[in-house]
Ligand binder design. Structure first.
Ligand SMILES: NC(=O)c1ccc[n+]([C@@H]2O[C@H](COP(=O)([O-])OP(=O)(O)OC[C@H]3O[C@@H](n4cnc5c(N)ncnc54)[C@H](OP(=O)(O)O)[C@@H]3O)[C@@H](O)[C@H]2O)c1
Length: 316
């Protein structure tokens, strides 16, 4: 079976299409013929070991896990005795930090975060839910469950941002999206109430305006956003500068502000909730480009630009 492998950190040119062993199924395992996965900002980071500290988890000299990819969307082609799925079920899932999603076949066990894919979405579309959708939902769930007010979403055109805009709107927030000029109309299509084009306007000129701020792509910080937040506002961030962690540790923040940063927590429940929202038409996928597996190097080079809109999908 084929997989995108990488043997060194660094440039996308270290990626190969390799043959790897077919897995043995036991107990409740299932084998998925993978048809689509995304090349995410996370894949780009791990491949390039950016920041360097990533090597402490993935291997100092070279990656311990050599198959790339953090999500998959495919069809069950083999099951073990007590598998939770049946043959031909359409499945999506996230492998996350364990990687291994960029393989033609993926073995899943009862411990994996998987769900049946939305019945009205293609597998390419469904593949976008696990990374972008689940990260967005897991951070938005950390906001207070009380009355929804105004939220500002920074980095709204990325894989996380495009879902964050739709999910926040569905949750009942008044959504202000921050993006570049080319993506302004997309933000309104996704349901944003207001859009700030960061090339033309500085969003930090608003004062005491927002009940929540979600920064997704690490191009701003709590320090910069502090003055736009109301007294009891919450700041959530999926990509946080080191200085914000220092502020959080030493409580160098607005007295009443809540800061929620770090990693999103992926769960089966979140994935199933996203599937339900997709089937009900409350969220839609945003796909920038689709590459075939033998174009993985080009896909990575494009993701490395940092300008993709929504997801980049790889098909197998
Ligand atoms: N904490 C967690 O658990 C977790 C989980 C998943 C991912 N992440 C991290 O979250 C980050 C974002 O992920 P993603 O996949 O959503 O990123 P992405 O899809 O690569 O985001 C790219 C988008 O950011 C926009 N952008 C670039 N510069 C910007 C700026 N100055 N202001 C506003 N928007 C800007 C780009 O559009 P323009 O260039 O046109 O503006 C582009 O549409 C990554 O660093 C990833 O590693 C964290």
């Amino acid at each position: 079976m084929k997989a995108i492998t990488y043997h060194n950190y660094g440039d996308p040119s270290v990626l190969n299409l390799s043959d790897i062993k077919s897995p043995i199924l036991t107990k409740n395992d299932s084998l998925i013929r993978n048809y689509a996965s995304t090349v995410s900002s996370g894949d780009s980071r791990v491949r390039a070991a950016r920041p360097w500290l990533i090597r402490l988890f993935y291997g100092l000299i070279k990656p311990k896990c050599n198959v790339m990819g953090q999500d998959f969307a495919g069809i069950v082609i083999r099951t073990a005795e007590s598998s939770q799925f049946q043959l031909n079920d359409r499945i999506i899932g996230i492998t996350g930090y364990n990687m291994g999603g960029h393989a033609e076949h993926v073995k899943i066990t009862s411990k994996n975060i998987v769900a049946k894919s939305p019945n009205n979405w293609t597998l390419e579309e469904s593949a976008t839910l696990s990374f972008g959708g689940m990260t967005a939902l897991s951070f938005l769930k950390q906001l207070p469950a009380t009355e929804k007010g105004k939220i500002l979403i920074h980095g709204a055109s990325g894989a996380i941002g495009t879902y964050a805009v739709q999910l926040a709107k569905h949750m009942g927030y008044h959504v202000t999206a921050v993006c570049s000029t080319n993506n302004v109309s997309l933000m309104y299509e996704l349901g944003a109430d207001k859009v700030i084009d960061y090339k033309k306007q500085d969003f930090t000129t608003f004062k005491n305006e927002f009940d929540a701020v979600f920064t997704t792509v690490g191009k701003t910080s709590y320090t910069a956003c502090q003055s736009i937040m109301k007294k009891h506002a919450t700041y959530i961030s999926s990509d946080t500068p080191f200085s914000d962690y220092i502020r959080q540790i030493f409580k160098l923040k607005g007295k009443h502000h809540q800061l929620k940063m770090g990693v999103g927590h992926n769960t089966v429940e979140l994935l199933e909730e996203l599937v339900q929202l997709a089937e009900a038409g409350h969220i839609s996928p945003v796909i920038d480009r689709i590459y075939t597996v033998d174009q993985a190097i080009e896909a990575h080079q494009y993701v490395d630009t940092g300008h993709k809109v929504g997801a980049v999908v790889l098909t197998f």
